[in-house]
Design a binder for this molecule. Structure first.
Ligand code: RB5
Length: 150
């Protein structure tokens, strides 16, 4: 059993890829909370970004993954929450670097943009890569200060 707790969410446009990536993570031994959506009916990505961020800020998960059509709407919505550093990624380099340099805690991507194989590679790097700290800690501290200045 992997020790990181993961929470996932999607809208209708990200549902299919979310379920496939969720199965991939469960096969790796992760416990995955799924905040929805659970049906293909059209819905607003904001609802599920909000639900996922509430799980994160309650301390019930360590990392989050949000899927919509592009990943962009999810990342905009998630970044409105204090303590959330959401990164919309379309390649493995960004998914790895956003953990190392930004200590990103939510990965967003789009089912209409990337395929299952790339999504799994990005997610694996995201969950396996630690924050580098060092000079990057001061920048993450600045991001946290921006949260407080709202
Ligand atoms: C839904 O059509 C689409 O707008 C949404 O999934 C997302 O891509 C928004 O950023």
């Amino acid at each position: 059993m992997e020790n990181k707790r993961i929470v996932m969410g999607s809208d209708h446009a990200g549902l299919s890829l979310k379920l496939k990536v969720k199965a991939h993570l469960e096969a790796r031994g992760f416990a995955v909370i799924d905040v929805g959506t659970h049906t293909p009916e059209s819905c607003n990505y904001t609802v599920y970004a909000d639900a996922l961020c509430k799980v994160m800020t309650a301390g019930e998960a360590d990392l989050g993954i949000l899927v919509c059509g592009t990943g962009v709407g999810m990342s905009i919505a998630a970044n409105k929450h204090k303590g959330i550093r959401a990164a919309c990624c379309e390649n493995t380099f960004s998914a790895r670097m956003t953990r190392m340099h930004n200590d990103a805690n939510v990965l967003c991507f789009g089912e209409r943009v990337i395929g299952y194989g790339l999504a799994c590679d990005m997610v694996d790097l995201f969950v396996d890569t630690p924050f580098e700290g060092g000079r990057h800690q001061a920048r993450v501290d600045d991001l946290n200060a921006l949260d407080e200045s709202k």
